[in-house]
Design a protein around this ligand. Structure first.
Ligand SMILES: [Zn+2]
Length: 414
């Protein structure tokens, strides 16, 4: 489901629920006032807070649909959590009211008018809100909306409170004192519980709580299933209104071309969004895995083993020394001929492509032209500046970190 669709669905669900709950709340309060049932009145007041709540939920979805602005580049999704936070206090306030009324009723018995009407509205309310709550919970889960799901669950729980209301009304009708007041008090506890949970949830969301262990696990499994990833770290997910934002660092083989690395990142983004539709954005940082055993290329003009002198030129060097390093020591040395040393046109490009196939990590050279420089850098080869001397001297300086990295071509022409 698209973001806009999710928000639209949340909005329309909240508005439908608001209207339905408001209708029942009004009916309950009116009949409660006529009949004098404190249990029904408590329930009616409770339903009025539910109406206000779903109205605010609706408002939250309305605000969330506002496009991100320059000032709020991440959008307004958290509006929903802020609204839920304030509504929680209203719910707790209603809880106090109900508790107060019910407490008084324990000590003063009052017979009911219109007892059948009170029972009928309480019963129909119980059944209707139960199914409405179930429907709302289902949609809430579908669109991963915290407020819609919470409200749906709460409406479903009305079946218990409404049964208590029915029991209370019947006991008063039969002339049994205190029961209705006790029922009212019990119902107020339920209202407190709803309010406190709602405060907790909205604060956690505002504090960027991770969505859930399941969602985190899904993302982890997905990352592990993608080829060419050598590992990942720093996976962070956070909830923002009905959406999830995330980021991760992935490690890829150093020699992988930039284009390929980009494809991998795209693949991760596509797959995670398919698995977790609520994911709004997933930022992927790519880092090359650390080179533990680098392969180094050095242009030379003679094969004099470690005593070969470093060539003044790169593209037209006679030979290339390929040095492998293990545990910070030279572990192997071989020489390859430069097949393009006599090439008159675009020798730099041919040589660089030829060398890139050897998958070197590092090139140490005195000079490098622009085409060679960019070709090698695109293949993630790091380039260092060589000083006069033999391979042995240059490698030692490299291992002692005394060579400078070349960040731009040293010549204008190849
Ligand atoms: Zn309720």
């Amino acid at each position: 489901m698209q973001r806009e669709e999710i928000l639209k669905k949340g909005e329309s669900t909240a508005s439908k629920v608001s209207i339905a709950v408001f209708f029942f709340a009004l009916a309950k309060v009116i009949i409660a006032l006529i009949s004098g049932s404190v249990a029904l009145l408590s329930d009616g007041v409770h339903s009025l807070t539910d109406t206000i709540e779903s109205f605010f939920v609706w408002l939250g979805f309305k605000i969330s649909q506002k496009k991100p602005t320059e000032k709020f580049p991440y959008g307004f999704y958290k509006a929903e959590n802020i609204v839920a936070f304030f509504v929680s206090f209203l719910i707790i306030l209603a809880g106090f009211e109900i508790a107060r009324e019910s407490f008084q009723r324990i000590f003063s018995f009052q017979p009911l008018n219109l007892a059948y009407g009170a029972i009928a509205i309480a019963l129909s309310d119980a059944v209707f809100l139960f199914f409405l709550g179930r429907y709302e919970t289902k949609i809430g889960k579908e669109i991963n909306s915290q407020s819609i799901t919470a409200q749906g669950k709460e409406l479903t729980s009305h079946i218990f409170s409404s049964s208590l209301v029915v029991g209370g009304i019947i006991s008063t009708y039969l002339g049994i004192p205190k029961i209705e007041g006790i029922v009212g008090l019990l119902l107020s506890l339920l209202v407190f519980k709803i309010g406190l949970e709602s405060i907790k949830d909205s604060i956690l969301s505002l504090m960027d709580i991770s969505p859930s262990k399941e969602i985190e696990k899904k993302v982890k499994n997905l990352l592990l299933s993608i080829p060419n990833i050598q590992g990942f770290s720093g996976l962070k997910l956070r909830r923002s209104g009905p959406f999830i934002f995330g980021e991760v660092n992935i490690k890829i083989e150093k020699s992988l071309a930039v284009q390929k690395a980009h494809e991998i990142a795209d693949e991760i983004e596509k797959k995670t969004k398919e698995t977790i539709p609520q994911l709004d954005s997933f930022i992927i940082h790519i880092e090359p895995s650390e080179i533990k055993e680098p392969t180094i290329i050095i242009p030379v003009n003679e094969n004099n083993q470690l005593n070969s002198l470093v060539s003044k030129q790169f593209g037209r060097a006679y030979l290339f020394a390929i040095v492998k390093i293990k545990e910070n020591k030279l572990s192997s040395l071989e020489f390859i001929e430069n097949p393009y040393k006599e090439k008159s046109v675009r020798a730099g490009l041919s040589v660089s492509k030829f060398l890139a196939e050897k998958k070197p990590d590092i090139l140490i050279t005195k000079e490098i032209g622009p085409i060679s420089f960019h070709t090698l850098r695109d293949n993630l080869v790091q380039i260092y500046k060589a000083e006069d001397g033999t391979i042995k001297e240059v490698i030692n300086k490299f291992l002692e970190n005394k060579l400078k990295k070349i960040e731009q071509p040293t010549r204008i022409k190849e």
